[in-house]
Design a protein around this ligand. Structure first.
Ligand code: KG4
Ligand code: ZN
Length: 340
């Protein structure tokens, strides 16, 4: 029997300090996530310098806790994995320096992981990926349709031309006075609202797999300003439901068009916005109707975590994609360059 691959994974690309121990790419031995959301809330978004400081304070304890929960010693590990990018550079560097130090002290290989590959591989924590697949990545910084013919092979077939979908959720939430991050709050309000505003569906009818959400965001803001000027009270639940309906229409239409064009039967929805209840239920029923094998990670693995980084790292380790101690953070890395 081949030896188990046990990876300590570290993720600090934005506002979560996370460490996890993952065996053979899917068995979660521990998963520790310390969120900084409370601290950033008062600024209405993530403040990079504040994020770095919180990561410094938390990282050692988070790693120790991940090992303790897994009931393992460093000598039981096969390798250390860490998010290389994309993300906030100061935040990334805290995780990377912790990972390099740990790898050096315990003489372990170091695996650099692309954050978005991590989001996609969160699906593997539930069941193995089947190829070819298309992944719709919807997070605070990314909105992409990615075609994968095999492990660690990424082709971007569509992406946002302006705002990421999570960013649009957060901005719209802000104008209706909801706290940061706005996505989950819009999700909740939308459940008691109706799509009464009929906001635009950006690029939905165009022959492209690209997305555009800035027009939708402006339409919501303009509508609110107009109503305020006229002294008309808006129903926030209806604003949330109308915005979410527009996003869901566009995301489902583009994704199913891509599945058809590429003749693909496997779909993964990844990233923080994959936690959205309307998207989850719409994709679930549409995939049922169209016989598409759908994988959406459990809610806690949709938002940033280190288990997903450990899941992706397993394949990079198999392909011997390792880094040395000169590894640096990168605030942008094209995922297509990250194909191995
Ligand atoms: O993947 P993630 O944790 O961080 C990035 O890599 O960006 O995604 C965070 C984003 C935020 O914009 C947040 O508002 C959004 O995911 N989000 C949601 C929901 N939960 C989180 N958006 C819509 N509905 C949700 N339930
Ligand atoms: Zn993320």
């Amino acid at each position: 029997m081949s030896k188990d691959i046990t990876i300590l994974a570290i993720e600090t690309s934005c506002d979560e300090t996370a460490a996890s121990v993952i065996m053979n790419g899917s068995k979660i031995l521990s998963n520790v996530v310390v969120s900084q959301i409370e601290s950033h809330k008062r600024f209405g978004g993530v403040v990079p310098e504040v994020a770095s400081r919180h990561h410094v304070e938390a990282i050692t304890q988070v790693i120790e806790q991940a090992l303790k929960d897994a009931e393992l010693e460093p000598s039981d590990l096969t390798a250390v994995a860490v998010t290389e990018g994309p993300g906030l550079i100061g935040a990334l560097l805290i995780g990377i320096n912790a990972a390099k130090t740990f790898a050096f002290v315990h003489d372990l290989p170091l695996i650099p992981v692309h954050h978005i590959a991590g989001h996609i591989y969160a699906a593997q924590l539930e069941k193995p990926l089947e190829f070819p697949l298309i992944s719709l990545v919807v997070s605070g910084g990314h909105t992409e349709l990615i075609y994968m013919k095999d492990h660690m092979s990424f082709e971007i077939i569509g992406e946002t031309r302006d705002d990421a979908v999570g960013e649009a959720f957060d901005k719209v939430a802000r104008v209706i006075d909801l706290p940061y991050p706005g996505g989950p709050h819009i999700d909740k309000l939308a459940q008691s609202g109706k799509d009464t505003f009929n906001f635009p569906r950006g690029l939905m009818k165009e022959e492209t797999f690209d997305f555009s959400f800035s027009g939708l965001k402006s339409a919501v803001i303009n509508k609110l300003h107009n109503c305020k000027q006229k002294g008309i009270e808006v129903n926030k639940n209806d604003v949330a439901a109308s915005f979410q309906a527009s996003v869901s229409d566009v995301l489902t239409a583009k994704t199913f068009a891509a599945l058809e064009k590429y003749d693909v039967k496997n779909l993964i929805i990844a990233g923080g916005v994959a936690g959205n209840s309307e998207l989850r239920s719409r994709f679930t029923s549409m995939c049922n109707d169209k016989n598409i094998n759908l994988q959406i990670p459990e809610l806690k693995f949709c938002t940033d975590n280190a288990a997903m980084i450990g899941a992706a790292a397993y394949h990079l380790y198999e392909k011997n994609h390792l880094a040395d101690l000169t590894l640096n953070g990168r605030n942008f890395i094209d995922i297509e360059e990250y194909a191995f």
